[in-house]
Ligand binder design. Structure first.
Ligand code: ADP
Ligand code: UDP
Length: 239
């Protein structure tokens, strides 16, 4: 399957059409942005790691019965996916306090929750992806009540699978962001990516951050952290 015209260039990926109208090729870049594009940089080798990691994790989720857009890895940076109409919500699941949760509610990072939280942000760069509740998402027609229920259930199922897997790797899944989309028949599936760009991953022993917070917060060792977490995954992924 070959790339035809470029349909979109985002902050982290390019999206191409293919000869099959139901399929796209996503191509992962090394570009990194934070704070809604205000901070920009390059994380050398990130695209290769995020491509591979996202595909391995999505394949695992498929096995567990969660439908995803993943079709086939084409190369280091390129993957064939099912084309969806993206539901304009960032679905964030949290197991421990961190990031904007800690800031919003004035609590330290690293508080372990009794139950995971699911929150939605309206995916809209001009507005800075504001937090949104289900009533407002319904009012704006972003998704139906049924779709929101399915998305919430899938998000929690993804959390169960991935938390257990990362635990085996000695990594704590602190929080993560998912995106979902609709196939032409209306079926909701998991899309976009799951990577250190979209998850907070802490070494369980030492608490060392192995994710994009090293870039956001200028902690150094960004490339090494991405490589380390990928190596941990490969060492524990039986697939
Ligand atoms: P952004 O748009 O936030 O800068 P990216 O650089 O990751 O993000 O661009 C990838 C774009 O492709 C995103 O807008 C994402 O919602 C979209 N996307 C991801 N998976 C699919 C898919 N299977 N079908 C259609 N669009 C997708
Ligand atoms: N996240 C993401 N894209 C976004 C916002 C958040 O992938 O546009 C991820 C982020 O990497 C973290 C989780 O979602 O794993 C929760 O992020 P948070 O709301 O704490 O926001 P941040 O601190 O990143 O601003």
């Amino acid at each position: 399957m070959e790339k035809l015209q470029q349909l979109y260039e985002g902050k982290a990926k390019k999206v191409y059409a293919t000869e099959d109208p139901g399929l796209l090729i996503v191509s992962y870049k090394d570009d990194a942005t934070a704070f809604n594009g205000v901070k920009r940089g390059t994380i050398s080798g990130k695209g290769v790691i995020n491509n591979r990691m996202s595909n391995r994790l999505m394949a695992k989720l498929e096995k567990a019965g969660i439908p995803t857009h993943f079709v086939r890895e084409l190369s280091d940076r390129d993957t064939l996916v099912k084309k969806v109409e993206i539901v304009p919500l960032e679905v964030i699941v949290r197991n421990l306090s961190a990031g904007s949760f800690s800031k919003r509610y004035g609590v330290e990072e690293g508080i372990c929750f009794e139950e995971p939280t699911v929150e939605f942000s309206y995916k809209n760069d001009d507005l800075g992806d504001p937090l949104i509740n289900t009533d407002s998402a319904l009012a704006l027609g972003l998704a139906t009540r049924k779709e929101l229920a399915v998305i919430r259930a899938y998000a929690l199922a993804v959390n169960l699978e991935l938390s257990a897997f990362w635990e085996k790797c000695g990594v704590t899944l602190v929080d993560f962001k998912l995106e979902f989309g609709r196939l032409p028949d209306g079926t909701v599936i998991l899309a976009d990516e799951i990577s250190p760009d979209t998850c907070r991953l802490w070494d369980t022993e030492t608490g060392k951050k192995l994710d994009k917070d090293r870039f956001r917060r200028d902690l150094g060792g960004v490339e090494d952290a991405y490589q380390e977490v990928m190596q941990r995954l490969e060492a524990h992924d039986e697939a």
